[in-house]
Design a binder for this molecule. Structure first.
Ligand code: AMP
Ligand code: GLY
Length: 446
């Protein structure tokens, strides 16, 4: 069948790379794409990345399945538009996307469902916000309600800082995304990501993974989109999963149903584990980036039948082009996902200066020297005129590898990171440090 991936980051490269290996995929497209994606998928000529233009292309080309990476498209209602035109799409509809596009809405849903999460208030004016901040415990967390490109969460250590930040947010720092602000209790613990495939009733879990949001080693410095990730996480035990299932997943799916929200797609749960108990920091309605890179790298199962089953609403039960289709039409009937043993991880190579200002257009060298058992997923890259690859964004490459232990995975990954260079390249040296610590302690304790 013909498949279209929408997006241009490392996550979409990983999804396209995995889709390209599927038994069911005859022809793969990705838009807007990047230099790395162009090696596994065709980058079609489409006027722009508006929902209308993408829909027009999918109809014209006879795309059997569209896979959406970024949340912006989902919040704009791309799934609704494709389905209204009889096209199959993997990605939640606009109503369901509110779980990510409005943090106040997500908190309200969690509260109604009794899901463990940080205590909070929602404010729209500085005065009432200020009176809450005066009696808050510090640090306190401020969250712009709407989508703010991953920058809308600020942890404030003092009242003065919080008060000034709140008035900036309400004053338009994040444009309309900050017209409402969630003031939230700070939770201290270990952060884990759990991604699930769901049709609103049935769930297939992916491995627990862990991102590293801070820019610098030791989890210090500015917050970023994520500087590296690994999976699985030893702290993500079956026992923990059971707790998450009972206290977070089942209540959420019930609550969404009660509200008439048809949730089909990826559910990304950002968890904080506090004294062994899971709390929800946030929901995202799409794959995490960079978690998806090690997850797709470690996944043995063909992912396409899963996407197919999840996206099986009423529309399009036949391949538009007459090619073979996955046999499953319900997620319930499908086996659990199968994973490689050991660990997968990725290290993000970024442009110096990211997440603030940085230069683009630097020549990347060493991409061809990477080991056969490793993959470099591209984020901000583009093809240069002389056939070379140039930097074209803040996060540039996700160097991804694996190992039978976390120590081996770290060694294999960094060995490849060292082979790649571009002017002012920056990366963290301690990705997976918590897991390394756990592994060391395990060895010590026999
Ligand atoms: P987000 O950009 O929404 O992924 O959030 C950014 C980061 O802020 C999260 O990954 C956490 O590290 C942190 N964070 C969000 N909410 C809380 C909270 N209630 N307590 C502590 N840290 C938080
Ligand atoms: N890795 C964090 C995110 O995708 O939001």
């Amino acid at each position: 069948m013909k498949v279209l991936v929408i997006g241009k980051g490392g996550r979409e490269h990983a999804l396209a790379w995995k889709a390209a290996q599927s038994f069911y995929v005859d022809e793969l497209f990705c838009f807007p794409g990047n230099a790395g994606i162009a090696e596994v998928a065709k980058i079609p000529e489409i006027a722009d990345d508006s929902v209308e233009s993408l829909l027009d292309f999918a109809l014209r080309e006879g795309i059997d399945l569209t896979i959406v990476g970024p949340e912006e498209y989902l919040a704009k209602g791309i799934a609704d538009a494709f389905e209204a035109n009889g096209l199959r799409i993997f990605g939640v509809n606009k109503d369901a996307a509110r779980l990510e596009s409005s943090k106040a809405f997500a908190k309200e849903v969690m509260k109604a469902a009794g899901i463990p999460t940080a205590a909070y208030s929602v404010v729209t004016d500085a005065e009432s916000g200020d009176s809450i901040l005066k009696t808050s415990k510090y640090p306190v967390v401020l969250k712009a309600d709407g989508l703010a490109a991953g920058k809308g969460v600020i942890i404030c250590n003092t009242y003065e800082e919080a008060s000034s930040e709140l008035s900036q947010m309400l004053g338009g720092k994040f444009k309309s995304a900050g017209a409402k602000v969630v003031i939230e209790e700070f939770l201290k613990g270990e952060e884990l990501s759990l991604l699930l495939l769901t049709d609103g009733t049935n769930v297939k879990r992916l491995l627990f993974s862990q991102d590293h949001k801070a820019l610098c080693d030791g989890d210090t410095g500015l917050n970023t989109g994520g500087m590296g990730a690994y999976a699985p996480v030893a702290a993500g035990t079956d026992e923990l999963y059971e707790k998450v299932n009972e206290s977070i997943i089942l209540p959420l799916l019930n609550e969404l149903k009660k509200r008439g929200i048809n949730y089909r797609g990826i559910l990304y749960i950002g968890l904080m584990i506090v004294d062994g108990n899971p709390f929800v920091l946030e929901y995202n309605v799409r794959f995490g980036d960079p978690e998806t890179e090690p997850l797709m790298f470690m996944l043995v199962s063909d992912i396409i039948p899963y996407f197919w089953a999840v996206s099986g609403r009423e529309s399009a039960e036949k391949s538009i082009n007459g090619s073979p289709l996955p046999p499953f039409t319900s997620l319930e009937a499908m086996p659990e996902l199968v994973w490689r043993s050991g660990y997968g991880m990725c290290v993000v190579m970024a442009s110096g200066g990211y997440p603030e200002s940085y230069e683009k257009g630097k020549v990347i060298s060493g991409l061809d020297d990477v080991d056969e058992n490793s993959v470099v997923f591209h984020a901000g890259t583009k093809s240069g005129r002389s056939g070379n690859v140039l930097t074209d964004g803040g996060r540039v490459l996700m160097v991804t590898s694996c190992g039978d232990s976390i120590a081996h995975a770290v060694e294999n990954t960094y060995k490849n990171v060292e082979k790649i260079s571009f002017d002012k390249a920056y990366f963290r040296h301690d990705i997976a440090h918590r897991e390394m610590e756990r592994e060391k302690n395990d060895h010590k304790n026999g």
